[in-house]
Design a protein around this ligand. Structure first.
Ligand SMILES: *[C@@H]1O[C@H](CO)[C@@H](O)[C@H](O)[C@H]1NC(C)=O
Ligand SMILES: *[C@@H]1O[C@H](CO)[C@@H](O)[C@H](O)[C@H]1NC(C)=O
Length: 505
């Protein structure tokens, strides 16, 4: 300031007068200054103005670059050369976007306050590096764009594959000791390995209060290719509940009712979807707290890979582990369903209308893990992957049905050989263009070719999302509220996952 003042003063003859006073205190000097500015308007002031504009311009460019970077950056796992640092992934897999500020958001305000992350495929054959474990990155290769399908080799170690297979087998052993009288029933589509009665109870008991209410029973998750409970089971349980004087079931009462429903029954009338036929055996493994470390790790990796809110995965179906022996296959099918007015997502049913609508599976994406390598056969097939067009009628041509994997596995567009430890990820749905789940992707049709030699073990991890954004929000809030209502009694022991659940909303 003083330098400036002196400089100014040096330009005038007034230097001898009060050299250290600010110029604006001296009336004669002010007029002189004005005169000076006017005369230099083409050099000095102009230069200053240009420089100011130039700096503002540069700052604008920088701000724009930062804006673009932070809008694409954190959600972008792409790092073509692998040299760039691994993306920062929240340990709890929360969305990178700022969470909605108010914790008590109303459904109306909720709107699109969070969106579903979707990875970029770029092009077929593109390799990107993803960070799902702390100490290394995995290569993820784009296999097709329709559906958006990726392959990640080495997602599980061989040891981890063995553990998951063993856990599935252990569960089967436990169940066969519990000996249901229907063991000779070698019926197709009959799970060899299934949930224990306690697990079914716990699964149905959404608010975890130790009782089953009617609402909880009708809201259980159901999937097209294997249900928690068959419709028969469900009806039995519901009947038992309605017969109960209290209108609720305790574990003891449930056990009685459920065992009745497990008695041999006539073969289930045809599958829900005519396209769907399968021969394999499966079981379900819970991945929540208290489950085996490997199962929990696996879920964390899926959260890190998909970058979806952890609450979504916590409320999704458990891991389904399937075994395919010689000749076993599944015909080409969809894992999810197209939304229609008369259908409702099974997983969010609790939050919706309990009037009789058809329940369907709503699965945003599938992560499939190969737990074993197969000596011959057992490929995964995507018969219409990246086909130029899709026409359901064209699936049957010259008497060959492309969905019939026993006949037409060799004719599909894409076939993948199982390799232990490799994960496949594909989106069953397109985006709705606003960051939420849109229509079913018809190209996601897939099946399993018959195993010719060896045994194929796979696990499926599905992420359940309701295409109705508000319905999903309502459901998640309902579960969170029930968790809270329950933990209100013992706030000290309120686990972190409850608050996670809340924040993720
Ligand atoms: C339930 O369905 C009925 C009839 O379709 C409708 O009038 C009502 O608004 C629905 N309720 C909710 C909460 O969606
Ligand atoms: C695959 O694409 C070809 C070329 O567009 C088309 O003729 C054929 O019908 C498509 N297949 C299916 C199943 O839609």
């Amino acid at each position: 300031m003083m330098d400036e003042a002196q400089e100014d003063l040096l330009e005038h003859e007034d230097i001898s007068h009060k050299p250290f006073s600010p110029p604006y205190n001296i009336p004669p000097l002010r007029s002189t200054r004005l005169h000076v500015q006017r005369s230099n308007v083409c050099s000095r002031a102009y230069f200053v103005v240009v420089m100011v504009f130039f700096h503002v311009y540069i700052l604008n460019v920088i701000a724009l670059l930062l804006y673009v970077h932070y809008n694409n950056g954190p959600g972008d796992l792409v790092s073509g050369d692998g040299a760039s640092p691994a993306p920062v992934i929240n340990t709890d897999g929360r969305l990178p976007q700022p969470a909605p500020s108010g914790r008590e958001l109303h459904v109306e305000e909720y709107s699109q306050s969070f969106s579903l992350h979707r990875m970029e495929g770029i092009r077929v054959g593109h390799v990107q590096h993803v960070s799902v474990v702390p100490d290394r990155t995995h290569e993820m290769r784009t296999l097709s764009l329709k559906p958006l399908l990726f392959e990640i080799p080495g997602f599980l170690s061989e040891e981890e594959c063995r553990v998951v297979v063993q856990l599935a087998q252990l569960k089967g052993l436990m169940d066969s000791q519990a000996a249901t009288p229907s063991q000779d029933q070698a019926e197709l589509n009959q799970p060899l390995l299934s949930l224990s009665t306690e697990e079914i109870f716990s699964l149905l008991d959404l608010n975890q209060d130790g009782f089953l209410q009617k609402q909880e029973i009708v809201s259980h998750s159901r999937s097209r290719d294997g249900t928690w409970l068959s419709p028969d089971n469900l009806r039995q349980i519901l009947t038992g509940l309605e017969a109960s004087p209290t209108g609720i079931l305790t574990l003891g009462e449930f056990r009685r009712v459920y065992d009745v429903s497990q008695r041999p029954r006539q073969q289930r009338s045809g599958s829900l979807h005519s396209h769907f036929k399968q021969r394999n055996r499966h079981t379900w493994l819970f991945q929540g707290s208290g489950s085996h470390r490997v199962l929990q790790t696996l879920r964390k990796r899926v959260i890190a890979l998909t970058r979806l809110p952890s609450a979504l995965l916590e409320l999704s179906e458990p891991l389904q582990v399937s075994r395919y022996e010689h000749g076993d296959f599944t015909n080409a099918h969809y894992d999810s369903s197209s939304s229609q007015s008369e259908t409702i997502c099974a997983h969010t049913r609790l939050a919706g209308n309990t009037s009789a609508l058809t329940e369907v599976s709503c699965r945003y994406l599938t992560v499939l893990f190969y737990l074993s390598s197969v000596e011959d056969g057992g490929e995964s097939t995507f018969p219409v992957a990246d086909n130029r067009t899709y026409d359901e009628q064209a699936l049957v041509q010259d008497g060959v049905d492309l969905t019939d994997t026993q006949q037409a596995c060799g004719k599909g567009n894409l076939r993948l050989t199982p390799t232990a430890g490799t994960a496949l990820l594909w989106y069953n749905h397109l985006s709705d263009g606003r960051g939420w789940m849109g229509e079913l992707d018809e190209y996601s049709l897939h099946g399993d070719c018959p195993v010719r030699r060896g045994v194929k073990w796979v696990a499926n991890s599905w992420v359940n999302v309701d295409p109705d954004h508000q319905q999903q929000a309502r459901y998640q809030r309902l579960v969170a509220q029930r968790h809270q209502a329950k933990s209100g009694m013992d706030e000290h022991y309120q686990s972190l996952s409850h608050s996670d659940l809340h924040l993720d909303l």
